[in-house]
Design a binder for this molecule. Structure first.
Ligand code: UD1
Length: 430
């Protein structure tokens, strides 16, 4: 099992470039499966979740070619089955988008129940309720979901809870369903807008993505034929912004959309981090010896503070002076990584959905686990901020979502290695 070894305690300096949005790409790949012609998708991040999602498409019959620069040539016209039989669908949460896509294409779909990061119960009842309203009956048995509709049609759907996945899934399905669909209480995340823009550029008629009411006029044929570039990854950008502040460095994060970063930059500003913003970059820095002050965060659906930056933000709060509070309002169980941070010297108390963080604490290197994708990112940041050597083990979940993490961090001065690099170096020395 691979590990990252981080010799921390050095401020990060320089420039780092953000890749395409993983969560937008996962939706766009599934959305491409409803199209009636080929398309080209640029800025596809090279991470393992994306490789899995593309492989699932190939197994459905789609023609998928990936250029070295991440450009994907995608042709869904050869998709011949409504059934996902590849077990890897169980490893990633976003494989559930194939339910919406295949339902739109064939009026039926069969897939494994989705997996993904484990931070409490992750139901898909809202997805199924929506599909049901659109005429599809669901059957859950032996780890599979089967959906079948005689007449898959548009409907007025009110989501009881704001859900990124349900909004995206229903929007993809509705793009080709008969008639008009309205999704009320829709999620407004940047990746929802990106999937809507992608589908619209291929002939769909989706209005209102980015607001809480999305209206979709279903189209019988989505001709495709266009080229679309995926937006930059909001969470990757945020992770590097936090890394700069947590190590008291000076880093310019390039290829981001500053508007998407506002939920984070507002909080960074509040604790005293300096920022300068350009068209597609943000410079983040602190003055030498500067103290940062404690504050309260609450995770929420966009434009609130993203839950996927919560663990990374807690690392930063460990370095701030005073008592900070982090309220986790999206997932029931997303503080499991706190025990690892405590091993590094953090003073954190968790009570249900609130973490109380007492700072500043000088973190010291330890052996810690990447319990899930973002918790793993937090461990890397903690290792960079800590003095001494940190080993982050079980890093496979990190590789699901961060493209070239090691290379990018090294380019801004981080001393970080993967275990295979360590062995290679040891062999060279022998
Ligand atoms: C997506 C992201 C994930 C992020 C989350 C919230 C992807 C692949 N994953 O996950 O990284 O943490 O958004 O920003 O894009 N819920 C229900 N019933 C449902 C669906 C959701 O009760 O049918 C609840 C969930 O338990 C959770 C909340 O709604 O409490 C939000 O979940 P949702 O927005 O659906 O998250 P995902 O789309 O799974």
């Amino acid at each position: 099992m691979a590990s990252y070894y981080i010799n921390g305690g050095n401020p990060l300096h320089g420039e780092i470039t953000v890749s395409g949005s993983k969560n937008a790409a996962l939706g766009i790949i599934a959305a491409a499966c409803v199209l009636d012609g080929p398309c080209v998708i640029e800025n596809m991040p090279h991470v393992s979740d994306i490789e899995t999602q593309l492989e699932l498409c190939r197994n459905l019959g789609a023609k998928v070619e990936v250029d070295a620069d991440g450009t994907v040539h995608f042709d869904a016209t050869s998709i011949y089955t409504h059934e996902i039989t590849d077990e890897r669908a169980r490893n990633i949460r976003a494989s559930y988008y194939f339910l919406g896509a295949l339902l739109a294409r064939f009026g039926k779909a069969r897939n494994y129940l989705p997996g993904g990061c484990n931070f409490g119960t992750r139901p898909i009842d809202l997805h199924l309720k929506g599909f049901n309203a659109m005429g599809a009956a669901a059957n859950l048995a032996h780890g599979f979901i089967t959906l079948e509709a005689d007449d898959f049609h548009g409907e007025h759907i009110f989501l009881d809870k704001v859900s990124v996945g349900a909004t995206m899934n229903l929007m993809i399905a509705a793009s080709k369903a008969k008639g008009r669909t309205t999704i009320e209480n829709a999620a407004r995340e940047p990746h929802i807008v990106d999937v809507a823009n992608f589908l619209n550029s291929m002939g769909a008629k989706i209005r209102g993505a980015g607001t809480d009411v999305i209206r979709i006029e279903g189209r019988e044929v989505l001709p495709a034929g266009s080229t679309y570039a995926i937006i930059p990854d909001q969470i990757e950008a945020g992770t590097y912004m936090i890394a700069a502040a947590a190590t008291r460095g000076d880093v310019t994060v390039r290829n981001l959309i500053p508007k998407h970063m506002e939920p984070l930059s507002a909080k960074m500003d509040e604790i005293g981090v300096h920022m300068e913003t350009g068209d597609d970059w943000i410079r983040v820095w602190t003055e030498p010896g500067q103290e940062l002050s404690a504050t309260s965060f609450r995770t929420m659906a966009y434009p609130g503070f993203p839950t996927d930056l919560q663990p990374q933000a807690v690392v930063l709060l460990c370095t701030c002076t005073g008592m900070s509070k982090m309220y986790e309002d999206v997932w029931a169980s997303r503080f499991q990584y706190v025990d690892d941070l405590k091993q590094m010297g953090a003073d954190i108390t968790v009570a249900d959905r609130v973490a109380l963080i007492q700072g500043p604490r000088s973190l010291t290197g330890a052996m810690v686990q990447a319990r899930d994708l973002r918790a793993g990112a937090a461990m890397v940041l903690a290792g960079l901020a800590a003095t001494g050597m940190t080993e982050v083990f079980d890093i496979h979940s990190l590789e699901r979502g961060y493209e070239d993490l090691i290379l990018k961090l090294r380019s801004i001065g981080a001393d970080i290695r993967k275990s295979s690099d360590v062995y290679e170096n040891a062999e060279r020395e022998l």
